[in-house]
Write a protein that binds this ligand. Structure first.
Ligand SMILES: Cc1cc2nc3c(=O)[nH]c(=O)nc-3n(C[C@H](O)[C@H](O)[C@H](O)COP(=O)(O)O)c2cc1C
Length: 180
């Protein structure tokens, strides 16, 4: 098989984001791949803006999703919900032609400050991906709790248990994407 295309999306825009760190750790674990991290810094969805034409950044993101063999989404939890950044991106992509997410092997992971690692956001993210037709993997959830204590300076995970869970989930994503 040719080198798989792996797309990563982080629901947090901040430069020091633990979810982006987790995403990068997951993308490293995936192994050899043509990797891209999508840019979710998009205008807020607005039907009037859409009527003027899909913004170029949204079209680019939809093209990256459509081209991907596998997708990893790392999402924080904000007030027990999905981040607005990710939801906005999903809403925009849903308005582009071609059902970019349909059938795409997609792994959802997350990191949050609280005790559950953002479990409520995790299930909400899965729900939000359902109407887009993404093939969201049913691996055991990889959710990093108390995230401020869980990363080394270099962005790697401190806990072997978390790393093993991440490796197992990502390996499943690779296997599923290769069997398509
Ligand atoms: C607006 C807001 C709401 C938050 N709500 C939750 C929450 O419901 N559960 C939780 O575990 N952490 C919550 N947090 C803390 C985040 O988990 C923490 O800031 C985390 O580091 C955000 O992800 P990031 O590092 O990728 O930006 C919240 C943070 C913000 C800014």
């Amino acid at each position: 098989m040719s080198t798989p295309k792996l797309l990563g999306l982080s629901g947090s825009l901040r430069s020091g984001s633990f979810n982006t760190m987790l995403l990068k750790a997951a993308m490293t674990s995936f192994g050899e791949a043509d990797t891209t991290i999508g840019d979710l810094e998009l205008p807020l969805y607005d039907g009037d803006l859409e009527a003027e034409g899909i913004p170029a950044k949204v079209s680019k993101l939809a093209e990256q999703i459509a081209a991907a063999d596998a997708i990893i989404i790392a999402n924080p939890e904000y007030n027990k919900g999905i981040s607005g950044v990710l939801k906005n991106a999903l809403d925009w992509v849903s308005r582009t032609p071609g059902s970019a997410f349909r059938g795409k092997p997609t792994l959802v992971i997350g990191a949050a400050a609280g005790r559950t690692g953002g479990e409520t956001s995790y299930y909400m993210t899965r729900n939000c991906l359902a109407p887009l037709g993404a093939a969201v993997l049913a691996t055991p959830a990889v959710l990093i709790a108390a995230v401020h204590t869980e990363f080394n300076e270099d962005g790697t995970l401190k806990s072997e248990r978390y790393q093993e869970g991440l490796d197992a989930a990502v390996a499943t994503l690779r296997t599923v994407s290769e069997s398509r």
